[in-house]
Design a protein around this ligand. Sequence first.
Ligand code: UTP
Length: 273
Amino acid sequence: MIKKCLFPAAGYGTRFLPATKATPKEMLPILTKPLIQYGVEEAVEADIHTMAIITGRGKRAIEDHFDISYELEHQIKGGSKENLLSEIRSLITNCTFSYTRQVEMKGLGHAILTGETLIGNEPFAVLLADDLCTHEEGSVLRQMIEVYEKYQCSVVAIEEVPMEETNKYGVIAGELVDSTTDTYRVTDMVEKPAPKDAPTNMAIIGRYILTPDIFEILRNTKPGKGGEIQITDALLEQAKQGNVIAYKFKGKRFDCGSVDGFVQATNYFYEKM
Ligand code: UTP
């Protein structure tokens, strides 16, 4: 039912300068695999094969990554290193990748609105590749699609964070609708509140299922926190109609947009090798 996944990947990644001066943040590797490839694999695990990627200036490496490199393939053919490309080759064979550029970086909400042309009028997933999620059974997106199928409205993945960190996230308040699946109907949402203003410590992470009416709402959403068009503000409009569910996902998340989270993810995956 959810057939497309949108990857907003136009941000500057300033926390990783100078590494991100000429390399997209989404191409930074955890071990040998770039962040965005983990994201695409998570989408595929949720039976999504149409990837819509929002890029910007300096992000060409993402397009090249999801394409065949004939010279390289020819070079390693028949050798011991050939299998190192098998995972990416399978993604290229089994998925389609479409791109559109966000010309001005006006925030995550604006990046999602830029994706309307690739998504059209259907519910879709959004995955921020710098939030790297792992799971034992069923990817976070797969879990969220199950929630979507039950409630038929937008779904955000949430995690409890230390109260002093609420200013890094969109934070929700909600009414518990199902304690066995940890789902809440969202009643309020605030973008990056100071701890004293945060309604709870339940933070939205980089996974969303959105219904397509979000585009019209985003078109009418004024710049909010930081002068950016915030997806949190648009979701609050849906939440006022009772149309946003928050789901406490099962699994682990690493904030690979920060140096600490990036190092933790690297260590975690290295230990698991
Ligand atoms: P971040 O808030 O992490 O910003 O964006 P950033 O620019 O990537 O990184 P820093 O803070 O400068 O280090 C969250 C997600 O939204 C995308 C980013 O690419 C990232 O996946 N984004 C953000 C856009 O695509 N466009 C924007 O205008 C802003």
